[in-house]
Structures are given as structure tokens and as C-alpha cells.
Design a protein around this ligand. Structure first.
Ligand SMILES: [Zn+2]
Length: 108
């Protein structure tokens, strides 16, 4: 028979006639061949920003700027715009430090 975790096992067939490739008629209790489908993420399960639930464990995603932050950077960071988003100071084209010498704004 099919057990609860079959749904997120990579061997699960998703077929009404066959439980999975390893155990066509399912298992009695627990399944020793259970493998979490790597593409499976608990749908609708709450988890903190930057984390996903994976095989019942909370996994931290790699740090990366979120979309808004990336867009903000493109529009405002002097590395992209060449000017200070705060005071409009124009950076020299060879500048490697993005702390504004005019108004003191610090860019990360
Ligand atoms: Zn400035």
C-alpha cells in the first residue's frame, strides 16, 4: 500500500495503478527505499525568509540579495550609476570605494 511519504518520494509513480518503481504494490509500514524527491518542497508550509523545508528539515538558502534589493542596487548603487544616490556626487570612473566623499553615504 501507499504510505504518506510516498507523495514526496522520487520513486513515486503518481499512478493509480502502481505505487512506485521500487515497490509496485507499495509497502506495509515504513519504506526503506524512500528518497525525497529533490524537486519537492513542502507546499504552503510556513518557513522563515531565506529557508526552505527539505525532508522535514529547515534548510538555509544561500544568501543572496532579494529581487527588490538587486533592482534598488542597479538604480542607486554608484557602482552601477556612477553617482551618489543621495547627493548626486559623480564618482571618478576608476573609483573602487563607493563611500560618498561628499555626503558620507556608505554603500555596501
Ligand atoms: Zn553623496
Amino acid at each position: 500500500m501507499k504510505i504518506d511519504k510516498c507523495d514526496r518520494c522520487q520513486f513515486y509513480s503518481n499512478s493509480p495503478h502502481l505505487v512506485c518503481a521500487v515497490h509496485p504494490s507499495g509497502v506495509d509500514k515504513d519504506c526503506l527505499d524512500y528518497r525525497l524527491n529533490p524537486t519537492y518542497i513542502f507546499e504552503g508550509q510556513w518557513c522563515p525568509d531565506g529557508y526552505v523545508y527539505y525532508d522535514d528539515e529547515l534548510i538555509k538558502l544561500p544568501d543572496k540579495p532579494n529581487k527588490e534589493r538587486q533592482l534598488w542596487l542597479l538604480d542607486n548603487h554608484p557602482a552601477f550609476t556612477g553617482v551618489c544616490g543621495n547627493c548626486g556626487y559623480h564618482y571618478p570612473s576608476q573609483s573602487t570605494s563607493w563611500d560618498c566623499p561628499e555626503c558620507g553615504t556608505v554603500y555596501e
